[in-house]
Write a protein of this length. Structure first.
Length: 274
């Protein structure tokens, strides 16, 4: 399946219903997710950083796209990339990042309204909108579908302002963003407000809300079209590795017997030459 076909498939997933979008961090995790039945996958900035032995947000654009290429080579699924803040403050930076993502063969990407400045973590409203407008224009110039997801990051950055978050989502939708995303919305009522505000544009929700996880069916009933995991699955994998390593180092070797055999993992992977 070529890049255009994957992109068309990914765009079609947003037209109706609600689908889960697990976030992979390497070839093996991508293979596992496809084997488990995922219809598309996304990258995770946290997972990319951790598999390089770094902290979250310590990865550059080239490394993020290299990781995306690894995932695309490992699976036939559409892949969308977590491209953080667009790897630059200006609208031109965001446009350049989207062009590079399209040239890499990605089916979509996310761009945040963050600044990476702890003193002022969110871009001013007008500048944030200008950045998404430029990203959308770059996506449209690719000449094929490309799902540009615009993220409003208030609730991840100590600014629990629902009105401003929804105002940003609406503005991002109005300048052409294909999907809207505000991680860690506080509750189901906030999610419903976001969905209603940007309708009929699709909304992505980070598995949640913050008040507590709910079944996918509940989010679907609220009108959510896409549910992603962020770094959650990578965190689960690495956390379990920490737990099992500590057990081993403490001499609790029987604890390792709880680890499932490798047969299903092998079933998910490709053979030599595939």
């Amino acid at each position: 399946m070529n890049a255009a076909e994957r992109a068309e498939r990914f765009a079609a997933l947003h037209a109706s219903g609600c689908f889960a979008l697990p976030n992979a961090w390497d070839a093996g995790s991508a293979r596992i997710m496809e084997h488990a039945g995922a219809v598309a996958i996304a990258t995770t900035s946290a997972g990319i950083a951790w598999q390089l032995g770094r902290r979250d947000y310590a990865v550059n654009l080239a490394e993020s796209l290299d990781n995306a290429r690894v995932l695309m080579a490992a699976t036939d699924l559409p892949v969308s990339a977590d491209l953080e803040d667009g790897f630059g403050a200006s609208p031109e930076d965001c446009a350049s990042t989207v062009r590079a993502a399209g040239e890499a063969g990605l089916a979509g990407c996310t761009i945040e309204d963050t600044t990476r400045d702890a003193a002022s973590p969110i871009h001013d409203f007008d500048h944030a909108v200008a950045r998404i407008r430029a990203a959308v224009q770059a996506a449209r110039a690719l000449g094929r579908p490309f799902v540009l997801t615009a993220r409003a990051e208030n609730f991840l950055n100590g600014r629990p302002d629902l009105d401003d978050t929804i105002r940003r989502l609406v503005a991002f939708a109005e300048v052409g963003a294909d999907c809207l995303y505000a991680p860690f919305l506080p509750d189901m009522d906030a999610i419903r407000q976001a969905v209603t505000a940007v309708a009929p544009k699709p909304v992505n929700v980070l598995a949640g809300p913050r008040s507590g996880y709910v079944p996918l069916a509940v989010l679907a009933d609220a009108g959510v079209r896409r549910v992603s995991a962020g770094g959650l699955l990578a965190r689960a994998a690495y956390a379990h590795t920490i737990e099992m390593t500590r057990a081993m180092l403490a001499g609790d070797l029987p604890r390792l017997a709880s680890v499932p055999p490798g047969a299903e993992l092998n079933a998910a992977m490709r053979g030599k030459g595939d």
